[in-house]
Design a protein around this ligand. Structure first.
Ligand code: F6R
Length: 607
């Protein structure tokens, strides 16, 4: 979604801001802009389209050492140059960039218009610039604070004033904002990737805090002017992790990184002597863990699919009732928080509004919610009652891949802890650990055969509709395979339990609708084979993802990909990776913008 960057320091601001916006591209956007301050002037340059379109119109001689930049993902008002940020007040002395949604903007706009102000854009954000101008009496920070008290909704904002050079005021409520501390230069950004090339020292701004940065200092206060001392965090990500290297796309790089990212997710967390695992951040005593009677997982999109895998796993292995639910639905159905129930909020970005708000609602009702997050210092990571970082490293492609396998790795560890505390024997624990640690090697086998999936994509990318079908713990993987294909290739795809097709979706089967079956040699294999035959009998094309040397399946389907044989519960790892690759190669085949698919954003910070 929208991205923000601000810079104040000795270097030419335009270049730093454009480079920072380029790093934010992955979040998804449709227009971008910068505002540069220099010797009593503010220059705004903004453009719909890509950062390269913006760069093309930024004057080469644009001087100035402080400024703000923004990538916009349209909510209020179409994708136009005028609606792009930064927005200025009537005098052009104030410029702001805003992430989030101002819910009472219509009322504020009507009032400002009745005061004689003419709006230039259709955005909700422009009201902020005019409000700050109305409240400005020589102190930008105060004017921002007074204006914030009038806003309802979410915001991460940065603001500059022509009369207060080398100063940026920022504030947050619901949209992330981080201060980057450099050598005689300071940054503000919605996302650390925007500033990682310049500094690793950061301070996270919390909701209802206001930050003022100058070239060599920053202050953070609350809305009542009380100073807030915060600790400086060190970003652990490396610059090369947010660069593509030799890969054609970030998505390809991230798929191929999975043997390492999964290893990072479990490293230092296994205890061979006890045949169990340890997760330091849970903030739960052994007694509290033992008292858990039920587990509920909330998440969105791919993270929700990871939650569904976890629910199958924990119910069948740890023998604890467990279910996963869409966070967006949980929040508004007045959820019941039962005793001895442990909640997990799963989110790669840690900023997804649907998940965050549902988590807050559950916490308000007294629930203990643990976070499973990738982005360190993200809002869900900070506000949850404990949790697990998955350490995938930055996930830049909009389509989530390595986060999924690391999220489930975190759950496989947690499941082992719970199981070993209850009924799982030492020997079974050893077996479980051995197989879990073997997952990266099994994934390498899949990755080594990527060329087969590329060929397969070449044969199938022209189809318009697909079904993805799996059973048991592979059912959520089928959902994930369908999601991957549709989001990056724009091919229509639906995921179902293979058993479910006879209850409706089988009506879709014809020569033009291939079905992708996940059919490992587990206890549901025979049933899935029957489903395959039902599809074949109706002239449907079938692609099977099956185990090596499963000649029976290979003989009845049109196409197949062999995955290494692993014990049933570990199949999601080896099944999801070829589906990610299949989707990736289909999208490449169709010439899609793989890393930034249309209409999508990486971090969905609005409901
Ligand atoms: C799909 C995808 C989305 C996200 C969803 C939740 O590839 O990326 O479906 O999984 O928006 O995002 P997080 O995990 O950041 O909460």
């Amino acid at each position: 979604m929208c991205g923000i960057i601000g810079y104040c320091g000795p270097k030419p601001a335009a270049q730093i801001l454009i480079d920072g916006l380029k790093r934010l591209e992955y979040r998804g956007y449709d227009s971008a802009g910068i505002c540069i301050g220099n010797n009593g002037s503010l220059t705004v340059v903004k453009k719909k389209g890509k950062i390269r379109d913006l760069k093309a119109i930024v004057p080469k001689n644009l001087q100035g050492n402080f400024g703000i930049g923004h990538t916009r993902w349209a909510t209020h008002g179409g994708v136009t140059d005028i609606n792009a940020h930064p927005h200025t007040d009537v005098s052009g002395k104030i410029a702001i960039a805003h992430n989030g949604i101002i819910e009472n903007f219509a009322v504020l706009k009507a009032k400002l218009e009745s005061d004689g102000i003419t709006f230039k854009s259709e955005t909700d954000s422009e009201v902020i610039a005019h409000l700050i101008a109305q409240n400005y009496k020589g102190n930008l920070e105060q004017a921002v604070k007074e204006s914030l008290s009038l806003l309802e909704g979410t915001y991460g904002i940065v603001c500059i004033h022509i009369d207060e050079p080398f100063k940026i005021v920022g504030a947050r409520n619901g949209s992330p904002l981080v201060v980057g501390i450099g050598e005689k230069e300071m940054f503000l950004a919605s996302d650390v990737t925007a500033i990682l090339a310049h500094t690793k020292q950061v301070v996270y701004v919390e909701d209802r805090e206001v930050v003022t940065v100058t070239c060599d200092d920053y202050t953070i206060t609350d809305l009542k002017d009380r100073p807030i001392n915060k600790k400086i965090d060190e970003i652990t990500w490396e610059l090369q992790q947010i660069e593509k290297g030799d890969f054609a796309h970030f998505m390809e790089k991230e798929i191929f990184e999975q043997p390492e990212s999964i290893t990072r997710a479990y490293s230092g967390r296994t205890e061979a002597e006890q045949a169990t695992a340890k997760l330091g951040g849970l903030n739960l005593t052994t007694k509290e863990l033992l008292n858990i009677e039920r587990i509920k997982i909330i998440a969105a999109g791919t993270s929700f699919h990871a939650g569904l895998v976890a629910a199958y796993l924990m119910e069948s292995i740890a023998r604890i009732p467990c279910n996963a639910e869409l966070a967006s639905e949980v929040r508004y159905r007045n959820p019941l928080v039962e005793r001895n129930t442990l909640y997990f909020a799963v989110s790669q970005s840690g900023e997804t509004a649907d998940t965050l708000y549902a988590m807050r609602e559950l916490q308000r009702k007294g629930a203990t919610v643990l976070g499973i997050c990738n982005v360190v210092g993200s809002t869900i990571a900070r506000e949850s009652d404990g949790g697990v970082y998955i350490h995938s490293g930055p996930e830049i492609a909009v389509a989530s891949t390595k986060a999924f396998t690391s999220q489930i790795t975190a759950f496989y560890l947690f499941n082992l802890i719970l199981s070993r505390m209850r009924h799982m024997s030492f020997e079974s624990g050893e077996w479980y650990l051995k197989n879990m640690l073997a997952v990266p090697d099994s994934i390498k086998i899949v990755l080594d055969k990527a060329a087969q999936l590329k060929d397969m994509a070449g044969r199938y990318a022209h189809y318009k509709d697909f079904l993805f079908l799996g059973r048991g713990i592979n059912y959520p993987v089928a959902l994930e395979g369908a999601l991957k294909l549709k989001e990056i290739s724009y091919i229509h795809a639906e995921g179902y339990s293979a058993a479910e097709i006879k209850h409706g979706p089988i009506a879709l089967i014809n020569e033009e609708t291939p079905s992708v079956f996940l059919v490992p040699a587990d206890r549901l294999r025979e049933k899935v084979i029957s489903n395959i035959k039902e599809v074949k009998a109706r002239k449907g094309r079938v692609i099977a993802f099956c185990n090596e040397k499963d000649e029976e399946i290979k003989s009845i389907v049109d196409d197949f990909f062999e995955v290494p044989k692993v014990p049933g519960i570990f199949n999601p790892f080896v099944m999801v990776v070829p589906l990610q690759l299949f989707a990736y190669y289909c999208a490449v085949e169709l010439g899609r913008d793989v890393d930034q698919p249309r209409n999508l954003a990486k971090s969905v910070t609005v409901e």
